[in-house]
Design a protein around this ligand. Structure first.
Ligand code: ZN
Length: 549
């Protein structure tokens, strides 16, 4: 049987992230080229048993094996955390800022910069069939970017993590328009996130520092949230305080400074000081001895006695692992504690966090003063709609969201694909529903190709054949997920009947549960299928009436 369409087998698979925040891994492939975008650690990785953790790494090894290149959107663990599972020397393309930050990986784990072949993206990169362009976007990770993948006549834009309310929010206006597919993150869907800006953060820090002139402020903030640290640094400067960071944060700032010289460092900026917690200092000794022994350190080392006598002159970049330092040196000093991180971190059942909670129990005065100065690294719903309005994609593919099912109501004028992890979706067929009578009346029917799992609950490509001289109406079923493979022998035909049966093909090629689901689907949609076999109905109307199983 001949197919009469220009099928080029461009496809994508979301390995993880279609229905969860974090752990993103997307593969886009042609028969000739495999590209992986991000390969993140699931956010609940630490809570999993060791056998599940092992499987997470095994899966990642499978996804990353033999890929032609990985594109890394930003340096957050839920996007890069499994890159160490890539074969040594795997090419990883990313922004210059991310490439710099990747150098910190060797401090607490494997050095990714040594393990991988990291390539700084400068303009467009060609990887076999694909042309890939990076677009800087605003996010709480330094140097975050979106990627445009172009192949043949198709274009795919992967947003990465993105927001509009940071200092560089306006960057979304540079994103390409009229793409075929927009993979859009939806972290804040269902969260009603506030959209205070980073400038608001700076002003709130100033207000708080002014209100408590005799207290040292401990600000819990990620050492890699460079925009926030810059806001904090500016607030310190404007209130006559010094910002104190540990050698790890000092090192991160040095790396960020290499990408953009405006980023403050202890070496270059007078009111940035370093304090030296024992354990961390010995860890940093090898990585960057200058931070500990460099000639400038004399001037920039925090004088603990001065801190104790004039606490109101200092702000410390803090995190729970530094608690022992606070307990040792700040016990007799007035302290304020500020969260400048996602509030959910407090809910984690980790030793560091539990120690913090115990400490707060002992310090009722500090508990009272605990405040939040934080804004999300992710766009809220109106911002996501603004992005979609700008990009005007043909299809939106939800990703990085606990509420992927809400996308279709939030973007009513755009086709939203209902996707699942680990299913192959073809991008050469129309995304939702294709009808054909391309065989000169030999066959009339519908493809349920790209989204067949979501239409039917059946994880397989289906072709509904209604009329074909020589055989009865049937569903052709292929687990391969690609319409043309229906005709390559890996196919089972299920009768269009009230009690469907397998009427042709090798059942062992298709998992039993897929066949069972297909049969159920045929049974519950029997009347609809029979009423429409003559191909007169508009396919969308048909689609709306389909019952899932
Ligand atoms: Zn992120």
């Amino acid at each position: 049987m001949q197919m009469n369409h220009d099928y080029k087998k461009l496809q994508f698979i979301i390995h993880r992230g279609s229905h969860q925040i974090g752990g993103n891994c997307v593969e886009v492939a042609t028969p000739n080229t495999r590209i992986v975008i991000d390969c993140g650690l699931p956010l609940d990785y630490d809570d999993q048993d060791s056998d599940i953790q092992e499987k997470i790494h095994e899966d990642a090894k499978g996804w990353l094996d033999h890929c032609d290149a990985v594109f890394l959107s930003h340096y957050h663990g839920d996007h890069y955390g499994l890159l160490s599972d890539a074969p040594k020397g795997t090419k990883v393309y990313t922004s210059k800022e991310t490439a710099e930050l990747m150098k910190v990986s060797g401090i607490f784990g494997e050095d990714l910069a040594e393990h991988l072949d990291i390539q700084v993206m400068d303009g467009i990169v060609a990887v076999k069939d694909f042309r890939v362009t990076s677009y800087p976007v605003d996010h709480s990770a330094y140097g975050a970017c979106a990627f445009l993948l172009e192949v043949a006549d198709k274009s795919i834009l992967y947003s990465g993590d993105i927001r509009l309310h940071g200092k560089k929010g306006v960057l979304y206006k540079n994103l390409p328009q009229n793409v075929d597919y927009l993979f859009l993150e939806g972290t804040n869907i269902g969260r009603g996130a506030k959209q205070r800006t980073e400038t608001d953060m700076e002003n709130e820090f100033i207000k708080q520092f002014d209100e408590t002139p005799d207290s040292v402020h401990l600000v819990w903030c990620s050492s890699q949230n460079i925009d926030r640290i810059v806001a904090l640094y500016r607030a310190c400067k404007r209130t006559g305080r010094a910002l104190c960071v540990d050698p790890y944060a000092a090192y991160v700032l040095e790396l960020a400074h290499k990408a953009h010289i405006t980023i403050p460092t202890a070496k270059t900026h007078a009111n940035l000081l370093i304090f030296y917690p024992h354990r961390l200092t010995s860890k940093m000794m090898e990585k960057d001895p200058e931070l500990i022994f460099g000639p400038y350190v004399k001037k920039r080392k925090l004088d603990v006695k001065l801190l104790q006598s004039h606490p109101g002159k200092y702000v410390m970049l803090f995190r729970p692992s530094l608690l022992y330092y606070a307990k040792t040196y700040l016990n007799e000093v007035k302290v304020c504690l500020t969260n400048s991180i996602w509030a959910q971190y407090w809910e984690q059942d980790k030793p560091d966090i539990n120690h913090m909670k115990e400490w707060l129990k002992e310090k009722p005065e500090l508990r009272k003063k605990l405040s939040d100065i934080h804004t999300s690294g992710h766009a809220n719903v109106p911002s996501l709609q603004t992005i979609a309005e700008h990009v005007q994609p043909k299809h939106i593919v939800p990703i990085h969201s606990d509420h992927s099912d809400s996308f279709s109501s939030l973007f009513p004028t755009i086709s939203v694909m209902e996707v699942m992890d680990e299913v192959q979706y073809s991008m050469t067929a129309p995304a939702i529903w294709r009808s054909t009578k391309s065989f000169e009346d030999l066959e009339i029917g519908f493809y349920l190709t790209d989204v067949s799992p979501d239409l039917s609950g059946v994880p397989a490509t289906m072709f509904v054949a209604f009329r074909n001289p020589g055989f009865s109406p049937r569903i052709l079923l292929s687990t391969d997920g690609r319409a043309d493979d229906v005709y390559k022998g890996k196919t089972v035909s299920v009768s269009l009947d009230k009690v469907p049966t397998v009427i042709e093909g090798d059942e062992s090629l298709i998992p039993d549960k897929v066949i069972e689901k297909a049969k159920n689907w045929v049974a519950v949609n029997y009347n609809l299928l029979m009423d429409n076999w003559n191909y007169k109905l508009d396919s969308r109307e048909f689609l709306n009436n389909i019952k899932k199983v």
